[in-house]
Design a binder for this molecule. Structure first.
Ligand SMILES: [Zn+2]
Length: 256
């Protein structure tokens, strides 16, 4: 049994993931708040007193077969408890725990939760929206993976300029190079960057993703990061962590 197999297995252990978050929250003085009922709690980890504007949103694990996202977010948080204390964060460790445990994109009821933000029909999404409340985010980062990916790629929603997508891909490059396909998931891509506009008619048809929801409620920078599942877990985790770190570096510079 190789170390890689063990780490891949551990990356699907939801109770252990939440235990790690509990420890981080304690060390960083953050609140670990459960926002759903039911046997598997869904949690956010957030500053106890967040400003109305300027909080940083990072989420993972809405698709359970994309474990580098959940693993990267906790790995980054464990190494940055002082930063977590200093800056305003709203973190969502894993939105689809059943999917994570069962290596499944969909949840136990066959739903793709990333197509459910148009309503409150899914209790998980309704709970998340309630937990967000009236917070306004300066940046939203969603950590995903793609089985068809040939490298890392990023969706950047049209918003604040100058755009950051290229710099984020560059930051990830030492770990995972960019996907060079000209078309990704039916959209035009350049060097791993898919810069998209919001086509509401599409989302009326297929359901609304988390990224679009956050964009529509006014977040000026929304990124969906996709690492290629065929690469080793450690590299995918490091690529996600590099993107998180580059986002925070750029945000600090913007504030200065
Ligand atoms: Zn995904």
């Amino acid at each position: 049994m190789t170390g890689d197999f063990l780490s891949r297995h551990r990356a699907h252990d939801y109770p252990r993931l939440i235990e790690r978050w509990r420890a981080v929250a304690e060390r960083a003085g953050l609140a670990l708040r459960r926002f759903t009922k039911g046997p598997e709690g869904l949690y956010c980890v957030r500053g106890k007193r967040l400003p109305r504007e300027g909080t940083i949103y990072i989420s993972a694990g809405i698709h359970g077969d994309e474990p580098a996202g959940t693993e990267a977010l906790i790995t980054w948080a464990e190494a940055n408890t002082r930063l977590l204390r200093r800056r305003p964060f709203f973190l969502v460790p894993c939105i689809n725990p059943w999917g994570l445990a069962n290596n499944s994109r969909i949840d136990s009821r066959g739903r793709d939760l990333n197509r459910k933000f148009q309503s409150n029909a899914a209790a998980e999404i309704a709970g998340l929206k309630r937990a967000i409340g009236r917070l306004r985010f300066s940046l939203a980062l969603m950590l995903h993976e793609d089985y068809d990916g040939l490298g890392i790629y990023i969706y950047e929603l049209q918003g604040a300029c100058p755009y950051w997508g290229e710099a984020l891909l560059e930051a990830a490059r030492p770990h995972v190079p960019a996907d060079t396909r000209g078309m990704i998931e039916g959209r035009e891509a350049v060097g791993g960057l898919v810069r998209r506009t919001v086509d509401m008619s599409l989302f009326k048809r297929i359901g609304m993703p988390e990224a679009i929801y956050l964009h529509l409620r006014g977040c000026p920078r929304v990124f969906t990061v996709e690492t290629p599942s065929e690469y080793g877990l450690d590299r995918r985790v490091r690529a996600h962590v590099a993107v998180i770190e580059e986002c925070l570096r750029k945000l600090s510079r913007t504030r200065a």
